[in-house]
Every structure is written in structure tokens, then in C-alpha cells.
Design a protein around this ligand. Structure first.
Ligand code: ZN
Length: 218
């Protein structure tokens, strides 16, 4: 058996620094490879629902914090089922109120909102609000686009503020649009319409006044 002797590590210079060759070897052993570390994470731009400012977040993230106001930003899609007790939803994703759900006093801020059940409350969506089932909405409605499906009877007691609307069902309430409001064949809008453009297709009905708005102004 060879005798094992520990050897004290003595730096052979008075400065306490390792000789250059040894230092380079150790640096090479412990350093990250910069080329491998440079991974570009795909990001997407989101609009903070608290402060309204834009920031970039990783595309795959399910939540993030706004870089401006530090609000927690939820990015998941949410489904509200019949009997759901969840009344407040804040997300940058989409929200669906499932068929057979009858929910009131909701407060929803999201991207796209699909009302397949009956839902009432305040709704603010940056994308498209689709009303696919007859309902009476007691709260304020703000949306990029409003789509009311054929055969649907929607009552908007406080009206709706939006960019564009496409109405194929019946809507009762005041509609304020920055862009174009289109009433399709078989569709009916019962209420005043403030919009840059009102298009009533043959077979569509508008009962109320059209107050023309300058495009882009609310
Ligand atoms: Zn913010």
C-alpha cells in the first residue's frame, strides 16, 4: 500500500495569488459557457388590467407582476360553472361562463369573454365579448368587440361601451361604439347608438337614434 500523505496547499507566491496557469485552469472549470446560457425566452406583450400599461412577460408564464405597478397579473383561462361561487375574475386570459350557469354580481376583467350561460355583472374585456345565451346584464359592459349571436335576447341595463359590435340577436340598451356597429339580418338593436358608423343590413332593425361619433372618440 502506498502511503497517503496530505499535501498542504501552499501558494508559491507572496501575493497569495495562484500562478497564472493554475488560475486559468480553475476559471475554465467553473465558468459558465456563455454561448449555452444565452437562451432567448419568447415573450409577449400584455396590458396590465390595473394600471393599463404594457409590459413583456414570458409567453409560457401563467402569472407575472406588472413591471410598472407590481400588480399580480393572472394569465390563465377561467371557466365559470353552474353554481360557481367565484364572483371576481381578473385575468389576461379568456373567461367562459359555461352553459346552464346562472350567475349574477360578477366582476370580470379579461381578454375574451364568452357568455354561454346567463351572467350578470360588470364586464370589461380587451378582446371580444360574445353573448351566446339570453341574459340580462345589470352592470357596466366594456369590450373591444361585442358579438351577439343569432336568436339571443340580451338586455344591457347600463348599455355597452365598445369599439365594434356585431349584432345578430336582439339587444336592448344603449350602445356606444368607437368604430362600427353592425346589425345583421334578423338582428335588432333597441336603444340609441353612438358610433362612428352604423350599418343596418337588410332584415336588421334599429329602434332608436343614431348619434354619429367621430371615429376613435368615445
Ligand atoms: Zn400595472
Amino acid at each position: 500500500m502506498p502511503e497517503y500523505k496530505t499535501e498542504p496547499f501552499i501558494v508559491p507566491s507572496i501575493s497569495g495569488l495562484l500562478p497564472e496557469g493554475e488560475r486559468n485552469r480553475r476559471v475554465a472549470l467553473t465558468a459558465f459557457d456563455a454561448r449555452e446560457r444565452k437562451v432567448q425566452v419568447p415573450t409577449r406583450e400584455v396590458l396590465c388590467y390595473e394600471c393599463g400599461r404594457r409590459s413583456h412577460v414570458p409567453s409560457a408564464a401563467l402569472s407575472a407582476n406588472c413591471i410598472h405597478c407590481h400588480a399580480h397579473l393572472n394569465m390563465t383561462d377561467v371557466e365559470l360553472r353552474p353554481g360557481s361561487r367565484r364572483l371576481t375574475v381578473r385575468t389576461l386570459g379568456d373567461v367562459t361562463v359555461l352553459p346552464d350557469a346562472v350567475l349574477s354580481h360578477l366582476s370580470i376583467v379579461c381578454r375574451n369573454l364568452n357568455l354561454e350561460g346567463k351572467a350578470s355583472g360588470s364586464f370589461r374585456c380587451t378582446g371580444t365579448l360574445t353573448i351566446a345565451n339570453g341574459t340580462r346584464i345589470e352592470g357596466s359592459v366594456q369590450a373591444g368587440n361585442l358579438v351577439v349571436n343569432r336568436g339571443v335576447n340580451a338586455i344591457l341595463t347600463q348599455g355597452a361601451s365598445l369599439k365594434n359590435a356585431s349584432i345578430a340577436g336582439r339587444v336592448a340598451g344603449r350602445v356606444v361604439g368607437k368604430g362600427r356597429v353592425r346589425i345583421e339580418r334578423g338582428g335588432e338593436l333597441c336603444g340609441d347608438c353612438f358610433a362612428a358608423e352604423l350599418q343596418v343590413e337588410p332584415g336588421g332593425t334599429h329602434l332608436g337614434r343614431w348619434i354619429r361619433q367621430e371615429p376613435g372618440n368615445s
